[in-house]
Design a protein around this ligand. Structure first.
Ligand SMILES: Cc1cc2nc3c(=O)[nH]c(=O)nc-3n(C[C@H](O)[C@H](O)[C@H](O)COP(=O)(O)OP(=O)(O)OC[C@H]3O[C@@H](n4cnc5c(N)ncnc54)[C@H](O)[C@@H]3O)c2cc1C
Length: 366
């Protein structure tokens, strides 16, 4: 069992919280710090162990996990973990959990975490709640796993009867734990286990490149208002002018106009850019679920009653085929340069916080 002598065990002999940290390309994924922050609020008692399991090649900054609140970092070191190969990771994680018996196991709901977590849960014969947006404790100290359900219409509160209780948590749902270099560094390095069950081999890793929209600071997103695939070029041009990336609604993915890696929303990517420009997107709840936390939302839509305008900080009522070229002219090369917030340099914004709507014909409609 994890943690010190005093850590409390439940009746099945499980105790403490284990965050499975994710790493890729030599860097610890930031979702690990978010999980540590959330997990610190889930301790049954102040002395409940909060530990981290890190699997990766030698040389990772494992102490960062201590600085973010992990009591002990168990670092299974092996070059094999350079590739995100689920079966090999699974074998090692399952071995570790069987030995240490954490009561709660948390992983990031990243592409890799979503693929890995169900394999671990199935091998352990326990339940898993995927894509949680919140976690709480009930009166018995058991985990309440909260996630949207039925197309985001309700928040389901889920409890797991078995141990360990496993959940994946969406990236960018919680703040990162604060970094404190004064926190003690406690790292236990281990060797990986080998398993004959691992049958697959990673031949090549193809990076997502600009298809990875989850970290973009500016996203120009296209919806069904874009009529042809080739018209997406225009939106890509605006995205490039602002140093951002192209996103799409599911309507365009379903129509075969864009790859699912670019999809924003409930069943796509969750994004939190500084600026999100939604062009020809109505604002269905499933789309909003993926972008509503953006710092600034700009909407372009011919329909003034489109739900996206309820969320938008700036709205343009009009045809995107007229408005987007004007944005490129204003903010692109040779035009007025946008500052890092995406706002043109001489735009003061609204002082009273009202959400203005601009019509294509010009003039602000407050
Ligand atoms: C379980 C489930 C999961 C889902 N997951 C997702 C998801 O992850 N992401 C997602 O996006 N959707 C998702 N959906 C689908 C979602 O419900 C909507 O159908 C989808 O978001 C609609 O996409 P849209 O806004 O592009 O299209 P529409 O709703 O058809 O809206 C198009 C908009 O474009 C405007 N328009 C038309 N022409 C122009 C023009 N020339 N200029 C400007 N505006 C124009 C129209 O006024 C309209 O508001 C999911 C649905 C379900 C049931």
């Amino acid at each position: 069992m994890m943690g010190g002598e005093n850590s409390m065990k439940n009746e099945n002999g499980f105790g403490g919280i284990l965050v499975i940290a994710e790493q890729c390309g030599g860097e610890i994924h930031r979702v690990s710090y978010e999980l540590l922050n959330k997990a610190s609020g889930l301790k049954r008692r102040p002395d409940t162990a909060l530990d981290c399991l890190l699997l990766g090649p030698a040389g990772l900054a494992a102490q960062e996990l201590n600085f973010r609140g992990a009591d002990t970092v168990y670092y299974i070191q092996g070059e094999e973990f350079e590739q995100q190969e689920e079966l090999f990771y699974k074998e090692n994680i399952v071995d570790f959990i069987r030995e240490k018996k954490p009561e709660t196991v948390l992983m990031g709901a990243t592409a890799f975490g979503r693929s890995l977590a169900p394999r671990v849960a199935a091998a352990l014969g326990t339940g898993l709640t995927a894509d949680c947006t919140d976690l709480q404790l009930d009166e018995d100290g058991r985990l309440i796993q909260i996630r949207p359900a039925f197309s985001d219409n309700i928040f389901a509160h889920i409890r797991t009867a078995a141990d360990p209780q496993m959940a994946t948590v969406r990236y960018k749902e919680f703040r990162e734990a604060k970094r404190d270099e004064k926190l003690p560094v406690k790292i236990e390095v281990r060797r990986p286990c080998r398993s004959a069950d691992v049958l697959s081999q990673v031949v090549e890793n193809i990076p997502l490149g600009d298809l990875d929209i989850s970290e973009a600071e500016v996203i120009v997103a296209a919806g069904r208002g874009v009529r042809r695939k080739e018209d997406l070029e225009m939106l890509s041009e605006l995205a490039q002018a602002l140093g951002g990336q192209l996103g799409v609604s599911r309507a365009l993915v379903d129509a075969g106009m864009a790859p699912s890696a670019r999809q924003v929303g409930y069943s796509g990517n969750r994004v939190k850019p500084k600026v999100y420009i939604a062009c020809g997107i109505s604002g269905a709840p499933q789309h909003l679920a993926g972008m509503k936390e953006s710092d600034m939302i700009v909407a372009v839509n011919t329909d003034p009653s489109a739900p996206i305008f309820r969320l938008a900080d700036y709205g343009f009522v009009g045809d995107l085929y007229e408005i987007v070229p004007q944005m490129i002219a204003a903010w692109g090369k040779g035009g007025r340069q946008a500052d890092r917030s995406g706002r043109p340099a001489d735009d003061e914004g609204t002082a009273d916080g009202e959400r203005p709507v601009e019509s294509a014909e010009g003039g602000l409609e407050q």
